[in-house]
Design a protein around this ligand. Sequence first.
Ligand SMILES: [Zn+2]
Length: 883
Amino acid sequence: MRDANPQTIYLKDYTVPDYLIDSVELNFTLDDENTQVISRLTMRRNPASQSAGKSLTLSGENLKLLRVNLNDGDDLTAVDYQQTADSLVIHEVPQDQRFVLTIENLINPKANTALEGLYLSNGMLCTQCEAEGFRKITYYLDRPDVMARFRTTIIADKNRYPVLLSNGNKVGHGELSENRHWVTWEDPFDKPCYLFALVAGQLHCVEGNFTTQSGRNISLQVFVEPHDLDKCDHALQSLKNAMRWDEEVYGREYDLDLYMIVAVSHFNMGAMENKGLNVFNTKYVLARPDTATDSDYEHIEGVIGHEYFHNWTGNRITCRDWFQLSLKEGFTVFRDQEFTGDRTSKAVKRIEDVNMLRTRQFAEDAGPLAHPIRPDSYMEINNFYTLTVYEKGAEVVRMIHILLGAEGFRKGSDLYFQRHDGQAVTCDDFVKAMEDANGADLAQFRRWYSQAGTPVLTVRQHYEPTGQTLTLTIAQSCPPTPGQPVKEPLHIPVKVGLINRDGSVASCKLKDSDQASDEVTLSVTEAEQSFTFEDLTQQPVVSLLRGFSAPVKLAMDYSLEELAFLLSHDSDTFNRWEAGQQLAGAIIMRLIEDCRNGWNMQLDPIIVEAFRKVLEQPWDDLSYFSLLLDLPSETYLAEQMQVVDVETIHKAREFVKRTLAQQLQPQFQVLYQTNHRDESGQFDAGAIGRRRIKNTCLSYLSKLENADIQNWAEQQFKTARNMTDQMAALTAIVNNPHPATRQCLTDFYQQWRNEALVIDKWFALQASSPMPGTFATVQALMAHDAFDLKNPNRVRSLIGAFSQANQLHFHAANGQGYQFLADQIIALNTINPQVASRMLSALTQWRRYDESRQALMKAQLERIMGTVNISKDVYEVASKSLA
Ligand SMILES: [Zn+2]
């Protein structure tokens, strides 16, 4: 149900809680439909509160209240409290002494398809409390700045729920009548309720252990359903790697004796860092060489690391309020990115992260839902688990790392941990610790936290041969975003290198500095600013924004020749890749123009030569090599256009790919053949790189529609013993004309019908295919036995893949894609508002398209707005998109 006008919550209205909770005793008697919750809260007035009232307001939703009791006297009666749809107000509680409030209520986990609070997932009971799920379990001060000590007792049927888990350490267990048993858990660390977790079910576990740097032995457990026990080794090893890395890089040691991970199949997000008891989407735990791809393996290690790192950046030190979400997420994403970079290839990881940021976060930052990494307001906090808060948030932390250097950053993080351990703090507290530890001034830098939108850096260069100087003039601007018409200049670190025309490094010596080095970081702080380099006997080629040192768009007029030069010579791995992307992007954009003018497309030979050079060079890092051969995605190209023309983008990009395949066929074929070998179970960088470059070649060659190549793909599909190769072959078959498409899809389904995560891939692949008939396929798949609107992974793999990864068919000119998506969102609105709201993102960008598509998309958004019982989640996104 929705209020006529959902309430907007503002950061500026923050006040401290009127009451504090010292300890919580929870008692659950589990039942699928009637779980009884008894909560005993030891509370007191918050001395810092300014409010005069004597009443106490607790949050609670969808709860059947049975009893309220104060200080173990007689139960309160209806005159002593008031219940509303989302709260319980007790009119008077003691003001000058501690009091004990006991509340008893019932909840129905089976009816909980929103998957917040306590719910059923494949016969297992589990919780999700971030951001505001705990209020669906019992009445509570459900806000992150109320931190308390939890003791949890769970009572359940022994057969149905043999395993009973909660946070902290297990301190007691026993048997009860009627085949029931009980377990008590105690968490010695104060925590906000969003970190509470409970899991119960027929779970099996894989165990390991870890010895910390101070010599403590930690027991590690990964809980899964019995048939998944053979897919836990990688998760367990990843956890150990993360624990070691956090000790080495941040000096952080784990603090409990036990660390548990539970994999559940129905989950709205990726994973959740509940203290000592992480709950994970199965997608980020389960892996076996034949069921998971190399990128699945990498993502699992990254997400396991992410949730583990939260133990310090999120749990020990948490957010004061939800506006500060980026405090824990931005920092933790930065930490997991660095962890993965250290474990795999720093160059590849950086490119993948920036690629995602630029295609998806930049679009968010330019759209109707643009918000700063620390938003000023929200209606539904679940809508703010965004790429901006997470990924741009991580970029902001990365810039601090660049400005202070690795050592300075470590000093800052040490001070942050020391100063704020056990507290709920703000983004500002984090920046302050960084400043104080380094004597740095980040006053202007703080604007990154409050200003939305992607800044644009426009760079002009002027070489003065007589003085042998090069002057770079950098102007910064940022387009208006909702509620922020005018922007202040930001503090932007810009890494620069200079390259001589023969490919050698030119020394960077700034005017008025006596130091020369291979690379400098310019601090851009003004709207327009010039930097002069001296002692340059010839005009160098400028390599700007190395490593993508700031989340900005760069406008600098490079010629195609300069881009080809940088692709061959830049020593910065990111910029070298970027030069190739820009070169291909510029050529595709020109072809799009030609196409729209009705001219024949002709490929500029400069890109063929540039690719030939890349292909014929020996490479150590084969994954990086294969990235150099990737063309910019259709989504990224769409970002570069004023009015997105999906059909022509697709046509021009396909033309470039096919022509490159034709002209460089021998090179692609040799590379495919030398790197194609059976390497089941090999996950070293060499094997991963060989698979990656080989499959990139296959993807090019498949554009030729040549019978031999089609046969290679089919053979690879049939004989592969690892999912990377099987999936790559199937992708080549499904995304191009191939005589065996239907047969291979049927065989794949039969082979993997019992592996839910593999079947997700099967759905996603078909939904994102550019081949004709895809829309009819998607409609048919909606009725497939294996499809389930109540399972978020399935929804994302079919509806999400079609609307977000299939530009061509989703944006079909007749609007059928839009209508289809709106139908699904309306259905999901009552089942799972959080997932419904996420699916909406494909429609929020409607202003980017031509008039006819705009009208069609807008009409669907309006239809969604007219839904009866529209959820807060969907209402906020739809109404802001239309505003
Ligand atoms: Zn997180």
